[in-house]
Design a protein around this ligand. Sequence first.
Ligand code: MD6
Ligand code: FE
Length: 283
Amino acid sequence: MLKKDEPSSSQFCFDICQIPNVKLNASLLSENTGQLECFKNGPRAQELASGVVLLKNFINLRDQVKIIKKCRELGLGSGGFYQPGFKNGAKLNLQMMCLGKNWDPETKLYGHRRPIDDAEPPSIPVEFKHLVQKAIKTSRAFLKKTSNSIEDMLSKMALQETSNSMKDMIPKMSPDICIVNFYTTSGKLGLHQDKDESEKSISKGLPVVSFSLGDSALFLYGDKKVGNAKKVILESGDVLIFGGKSRLIYHGVAEILHETAPKLLLDETNLRPGRLNLTFRQY
Ligand code: MD6
Ligand code: FE
């Protein structure tokens, strides 16, 4: 184990960005024009299951760039990216860092420092926290609106109590831990539940909020068997929220879809091929 003040080895130094080796040429520029079309799509919300809300295109390109640059900087410093081993000894093709608190994927425990090199995780940047709050607020407002229309339909049946509880399908949450994963193009994450947070956090159904950046992912959810799980593609800028009744849903990443990152994002950040994912929760 490394001591706190020893210089970190290259194992602990992963740059999610790369030196560009291709100059922007005419064909890339024309692809960019296509990408601009894509960004004309405003954000939209979708309820995938009770308590599972997908906010499509929620993080604008400027904020995506800022998040990637910040994660790059934090990832290169103390407590930055490392390649975790998992309980079965498997090294998945992903690089991980924790912000706020440490979560150890081998012991499944939270702590103030990580066992691998005793480093303290960097704090969660305040801009990240603001975006999380905005996403939760948006998803709650969206569910309330959906429940209002049901309420209209069922008003004669006096289901007031049901509709009031519906808005808490996604309770408010103030994140104190963020897990940042960078999946290379062959990266994946098996179906699992996020169940290592405090009993209180889980029983209240405090949501997990997940940001996707870079290449798209084929995301599975809703069942522990791959064949039975539902599928959804998460693209750069999407935010997925699962809370309330669905706080413990099984979910995972089946595949990273190659060369699907927005070209403008790559031009601005030189992000490596792959996907950056940030999951926020309250311990
Ligand atoms: C994702 N991430 O990459 C989903 N869970 O879209 C997770 O499910 C996840 O990144 C637990 C710990 C870290 C994660
Ligand atoms: Fe998870």
